[in-house]
Ligand binder design. Structure first.
Ligand code: HEC
Length: 136
């Protein structure tokens, strides 16, 4: 009896975890997007957020990136565009350098502790996956 109860508890735990895991994996990028990106790129990614009119550069439509790249979503390019630290968009850039911002938010870390690096990369990756999901 004890064993059955323990097994049920373990099963419930796993079910619970996988449920939470699936929900947060799908929602992580969306939550970040709505909090940090929608002001310029718009809630649906069309480049029509409330801040867009104050930019001197046109805020790009993020739903047509695949269309503009012969049907292939340029995942790595998008990761670099969001991160901004590699300088791929260095000229006349108006988009914030999210790699630096997220790094600042993650705070200082002890030497040899890469948890903040993983956190920043995870946030940028989640955003790239979310933008991929918006493609027309
Ligand atoms: C202050 C306005 C603003 C905010 C906020 C903003 N962006 Fe941008 N974004 C731009 C502008 C303007 C461009 C055009 C290139 C440039 O200015 O660097 C751009 C370009 C991009 C590109 C390249 C698109 C392409 O077609 O090559 C991606 C991807 C992108 N943004 C994603 C994001 C993500 C993800 C966020 C939130 C973490 C975000 N942006 C927040 C203004 C913004």
């Amino acid at each position: 009896m004890k064993q059955i109860m323990a097994r049920t508890a373990v099963a419930a735990l796993f079910t619970g975890f996988s449920f939470i895991g699936a929900a947060s994996a799908d929602d992580a990028g969306k939550g970040e997007y709505m909090a940090y990106c929608a002001t310029c790129h718009g809630e649906a990614g069309l480049g029509d957020g409330p801040m867009a009119e104050f930019m001197s550069l046109r805020v790009p439509d993020l739903t047509t990136i695949t269309q503009a790249n012969d049907g292939v979503f340029p995942f790595l390019q998008v990761v670099h565009a969001i991160d901004g630290r590699s300088g791929v968009m260095a000229h006349g850039r108006e988009m914030p350098v999210w790699g630096n911002r997220f790094m600042t938010e993650a705070g200082d870390a002890m030497a040899g502790d890469y948890s903040h690096v993983y956190e920043v990369r995870g946030r940028i990756l989640s955003l790239a996956y979310y933008i991929e999901s918006l493609q027309k």
